[in-house]
Write a protein that binds this ligand. Structure first.
Ligand code: URA
Ligand code: SF4
Length: 209
């Protein structure tokens, strides 16, 4: 058995691929060093027959405490935009490119730290397995980290957002991360752009159907 980190997640994958076995196996992943300080693996969540897979960066502070993706402030932005775009929650599988929270301590506060390229690569086998099991029609790529994992380092979200691009048998639609909406100087404009991209994803799914 693989006993230590830095070889990536692949040695931890189960033989049988379904969401239950993947989630159970991911709980014990030591494919990179992030498991050492985070509370627990935050695996994806949603129905196995979802038409949409939404991929974020990594769990944040609240996700790390609660063990589920997008349950903090970014999740509230996402929930609102999904509803306004006409995308039903039970048609959505939510996950992240990296499944442990990466942070630095500032006093007692845990400050979010962007995952490194090596951590994104280490964690990709889980995301690839989720894609293989759920087989979504449309993958919504939320921000640069998810884009790097799924579409490669040459993809530029700012230039290529909102336009469906092939990703295996699915279509991928990239947009900004919902946290970027919260940080934007002009939040309303940022939200409007985010919503427009989610509507493009909804149209892509209708066309795929
Ligand atoms: N940001 C993410 O990228 N993912 C989450 O699950 C929460 C915040
Ligand atoms: Fe494994 Fe991913 Fe966690 Fe690293 S971040 S330990 S690869 S689940």
């Amino acid at each position: 058995m693989a006993t230590d980190s830095n070889n990536g997640a692949a040695p931890f994958l189960p033989d049988r691929l379904d969401l239950g076995s993947l989630r159970a196996a991911a709980a014990g992943c030591r494919g990179c060093d992030l498991y050492r300080h985070a509370t627990a693996t935050v695996f994806g969540d949603g129905p196995p027959d979802a038409r949409f897979m939404l991929v974020g960066e990594q769990p944040g502070d609240q996700e790390d405490r609660k063990g589920a993706p997008f349950v903090g402030p970014a999740g509230r932005v996402l929930d609102r935009a999904l509803e306004e775009a006409g995308i039903e929650r039970d048609d959505v599988y939510l996950t992240n490119a990296v499944k442990h929270f990466s942070f630095t301590l500032r006093g007692k506060r845990r400050i979010h730290q962007k995952p490194t390229a090596a951590e994104i690569d280490a964690c990709r086998p889980w995301l690839t397995a989720e894609l293989a099991v759920v087989r979504p029609d449309v993958v919504v790529v939320l921000g640069a980290t998810a884009a790097r994992s799924l579409l490669g380092p040459g993809f530029r979200v700012t230039k290529q957002r909102g336009v469906p691009v092939p990703l295996g048998e699915a279509l991928a639609v990239a947009t900004i991360h919902p946290s970027a909406v919260l940080r934007a100087p002009d939040r309303e404009a940022a939200y409007a752009g985010f919503l427009a991209d989610l509507k493009a994803a909804a149209r892509a799914a209708d066309e795929a159907a």
